[in-house]
Every structure is written in structure tokens, then in C-alpha cells.
Design a protein around this ligand. Structure first.
Ligand code: SAH
Length: 463
């Protein structure tokens, strides 16, 4: 079959897996076909649109037998939008898919064996769960100001009133900004010509405090009629912060480096468990506060703290995990690359009267080895030690220099919090080769209807 396959062929196949963007994957005699909008369990007819040696891409032409896991998507825009990749997959099946994906990667790529996979922690309410939104702003063909989302894999903006995974309040916030733009002739940004002012409407809403931040990302240094914008927004219940973010670069990166506060505070506050956090526009904060508490609960349980431990929390952001753990440890040291996030982390420690947490700005793979070397120089014959090291890196995982230094510090336990199971598997393989054993793994679903999954793994030092 594969020898003869060419572009525009019609093929019939069963979808057995999902790719990294949620596209369906089916096999034809060992040839792999990726088909957008096809789901695990579907039997489909597809037309090939690109054929390579061992794989290709197809367009979904017809679902011959729908997957038993197919459900009606709640959002009418689900198919066009790049956000919810697998909304038509029954939520329970989304969960088992994610857990199986992690298991498969750990075992195949990480060669991890004999460990306990605890059941994935799913969401009780997999809708309206996000606390952060960034809606692109543009202009329709008719000249109207629109805000919404980028159509999957493109940068053309599809207007949208309501996003079913965002706080319902976003609808009103977007409408206010659009009305203000229209009334005062404020131009939307045009990506192609790099002209126009308003690029994105960025919002954050505190789940437990109800505090709202609206931050306009602009291709300029100021906005006209700022007072009018403040007037329409400030009376919305919960409004705490109205900001501008300056981004004059020709780039896909949404936020620039500078934030100007127009009204209220330059941050919102929210809680996870008993800990209060201040969150600025530029700081990383988990987007699903309900599930974050469960995720950190797993990290805390795996850390096995008694109150006597020295803990390092690498990639600490605004100190969320650090402060969560500090209440149960002797001392926590957090390391994070974004200086603004470390300012927030220190402020958060003060706010919560936590005095046993210390924070360092820099790359984890530089700060930790430097600390280790300095310690050795100052304490001849001794070496820096940690009882527990927690890491929560971005998708690319940990730098090998960092993993090496962690092994040298010989903590009893390493708790690895990961947002990408492929790099998790790679890093666990390294740690297992260097004196550690993966004992337990547990996934948490932080991003219902997307293919993303968060995983916590516990490694213990081999005797
Ligand atoms: N633990 C935090 C943040 C996790 S996200 C929380 O749960 O909220 C990953 C964080 O790593 C981000 O804040 C990012 O700014 C930071 N980061 C990225 N590369 C880094 C590096 N090389 N060294 C230290 N921090 C880094």
C-alpha cells in the first residue's frame, strides 16, 4: 500500500493514537498518516495532502464509523480554534489517553520499570477553569474591530464571544475594550504590516479572590483616551488592575518586557491552599488554580517532609511550590530566571509571613553548580547537600548540567514536576543511570480539552 500512496489518494483507516497537536494518527501497512479532527476510535476516509517516505498528512473527508468516545463539542468554534484540540473526545477518555501517553513515554523513552503509576487526577468541572487569557485583537474584512483566537496553526483571528475554558467574565472585558477602541478610533495591530496599536487583551482573574486584571498589549508606549478606558473598566466588580504591556517588536511572543500600571495595583492576588500569591502580568502562574492545588499536593506528598529538611525548588516562578513546601520544611531555596518573578516570590514570602524561604535569580543550571562550587571552596572536605530537590522546568526539561549537579548534591528524594512527558522521560533516564530510582508517578489534568498533561514523579536515591 505505502509504495503506491500519492497525494490526493482516498484512504480508509482507523485512528489509534493522537499526535502532539491532537491530530488523529492511523497506520496503513506501517505508513503513518496524521489527520486533523479525527479522534481515537474513529474509522475514517481521508484524502492524502502530503506524502513522505514513512508518514504523511491527510484531510478528514468522512467519518465512516464514529469513535465510541466522540461527544458533541460544547464550543461551536472548537474545530477552528487551535486551543481545545480534543474537545469532542469524552473527558474520561481524554484522561486515560493522557495517562497512557505518559506511561508509554516513560517506559519506551525513559526505560523506566517497576514503578507505581497512581491514577490521573482529573477535573471535577472541566469548563471555565483558566485564570489567564490572551485574546488577539484585529480587524475584520468589513473593518470591524474583532478579538478572539487564532485559527489553528495560523495567525488569522477568528472573532469569539465566549471561550468555554475561560472565566465567563472575559466576554464583558473584551466587549468593553472593543467598544473603547471603536469610540476613540484606537487601531488594532496588524501583524503583516507591523502597524496599529492594540495587539492583545490579556486578562487574569483570581479564582478565590475574584480580583481582575486587564492588560492591553500595545505596539507603542501609550494609549489615547486612557481615562475613558479606565472609566469603563474600573466599575466592573472585582477590577483590581488595569495595565499596559509594551511590545513593539515584530514577534509572535505576546508580552513585551515593560508593564505600566494605569489604574489600581500592578498585580492581582490569589490563593492556592492557604498561601496567598501576588501575580504580575509577566510572572508565570499556573492557569488552573483548582488543579494546581492538587498538583502541589502530590508534590508535597512525594517530598515527604517532616519539618527538618533543606529543600531546593528549581524553576520556582513566583515561589508557588516553594512557599507551599516551606510550611513543612526547615528551609526552602528557590531559583528562577525571571527577575520580576523572584521579586514576587520574595514579596509572597513576606505576605505569608514565611521566613524560611530564600530566592535566587538566574538559570537553575548556573545558580546550583555555582552554589555547589562556592560551598566546596568555603567548606574544605564537605559538600553542599539538599534533602529534597524539586524541579518544575518548562517544556524543554532540565539542562544536563543541572541534573549532574543535583546528583552531586545527593538528595534523598527528587520530585520532578513536568509539563512535557517526553523531556520528563529523557531526564528520568539520566537520573536512573546516575543513582536514582523512579518510585511513583502521578498525572494531573490541568488543561482539559488539550493534549497537555502535567506529571509529578518521585525519585529516591538508591542505597
Ligand atoms: N514552579 C512554578 C513555575 C513553573 S514554570 C509554578 O509552579 O508556578 C517554569 C518556570 O521556569 C518559569 O517561571 C520560567 O520563567 C522558569 N525558567 C525557565 N528556564 C529557566 C532556567 N534555565 N532556570 C531557572 N528558571 C527557568
Amino acid at each position: 500500500m505505502k509504495e503506491s500512496l500519492k497525494k490526493n489518494d482516498l484512504v480508509t483507516l482507523s485512528i489509534t493514537d493522537l499526535g502532539s497537536s491532537g491530530e488523529g494518527i492511523g497506520k496503513l501497512d506501517g505508513f503513518t498518516l496524521f489527520v486533523k479532527d479525527a479522534l481515537i476510535g474513529d474509522r475514517i476516509q481521508a484524502k492524502t495532502i502530503k506524502v513522505k517516505k514513512s508518514y504523511g498528512y491527510g484531510r478528514l473527508m468522512e467519518i465512516l464509523t464514529p469513535s465510541p468516545y466522540r461527544v458533541e463539542a460544547r464550543c461551536p468554534q472548537a474545530r477552528a480554534c487551535g486551543g481545545c484540540q480534543i474537545q469532542p473526545l469524552a473527558y474520561k477518555k481524554q484522561l486515560s489517553y493522557k495517562e497512557n501517553k505518559v506511561r508509554e513515554l516513560l517506559e519506551r523513552v525513559g526505560q523506566v520499570k517497576d514503578y507505581i503509576m497512581e491514577p490521573i487526577i482529573g477535573m471535577e468541572e472541566p469548563w471555565y477553569y483558566r485564570n489567564k487569557a490572551q485574546f488577539p485583537v484585529g480587524q475584520s474584512k468589513e473593518g470591524d474591530i474583532i478579538s478572539g483566537f487564532y485559527a489553528g496553526r495560523t495567525h488569522s483571528i477568528v472573532p469569539m464571544d465566549e471561550c468555554f475554558i475561560q472565566h465567563p467574565m472575559n466576554r464583558e472585558l473584551m466587549a468593553c475594550v472593543r467598544q473603547w477602541m471603536k469610540a476613540h478610533n484606537v487601531s488594532p495591530y496588524n501583524e503583516t504590516t507591523h502597524t496599529g496599536l492594540v495587539r492583545h487583551i490579556f486578562t487574569r482573574i483570581g479564582k478565590y479572590t475574584g480580583e481582575i486584571m486587564v492588560c492591553l498589549v500595545i505596539n507603542g508606549k501609550r494609549i489615547p483616551a486612557a481615562d475613558a478606558l479606565i472609566d469603563v473598566l474600573k466599575n466592573i466588580s472585582g477590577m483590581s488592575s488595569i495595565c499596559l504591556n509594551i511590545n513593539q517588536e515584530k514577534t509572535n511572543v505576546i508580552l513585551g518586557d515593560t508593564v505600566k500600571c494605569l489604574w489600581g495595583k500592578p498585580y492581582i492576588t490569589d490563593k492556592i491552599g492557604d498561601v496567598i500569591y501576588q501575580i504580575s502580568p509577566l510572572s508565570f502562574f499556573q492557569v488552573n488554580p483548582v488543579q494546581t492545588q492538587k498538583l502541589y499536593g502530590t508534590a508535597l506528598e512525594y517530598a515527604g517532609l517532616t519539618g527538618e529538611e533543606t529543600v531546593w525548588d528549581l524553576y520556582c516562578g513566583i515561589g508557588t511550590i516553594s512557599l507551599f513546601l516551606a510550611q513543612h520544611a526547615k528551609k526552602v531555596c528557590g531559583v528562577e530566571i525571571v527577575p520580576q518573578a523572584i521579586e514576587d516570590a520574595r514579596e509572597n514570602a513576606r505576605l505569608n509571613h514565611i521566613e524560611n524561604a530564600e530566592f535566587f535569580v538566574g538559570k537553575a543550571e548556573e545558580v546550583l553548580p555555582e552554589y555547589y562550587d562556592r560551598y566546596a571552596a568555603e567548606h574544605p572536605g564537605a559538600r553542599a547537600h539538599a534533602d529534597v530537590i524539586v524541579v518544575d522546568p518548562p517544556r524543554k526539561g532540565c539542562d544536563e548540567k543541572l541534573l549532574q549537579c543535583m546528583v552531586q548534591m545527593a538528595p534523598d528524594r527528587i520530585v520532578y514536576v513536568s509539563c512535557d512527558p517526553a523531556t520528563l522521560a529523557r531526564d528520568l533516564k539520566f537520573l536512573e543511570k546516575n543513582g536514582y530510582k523512579v518510585q511513583k508517578v502521578r498525572c494531573t489534568d490541568m488543561f482539559a480539552h488539550s493534549v497537555h498533561v502535567e506529571t509529578v514523579a518521585l525519585l529516591v536515591k538508591k542505597q
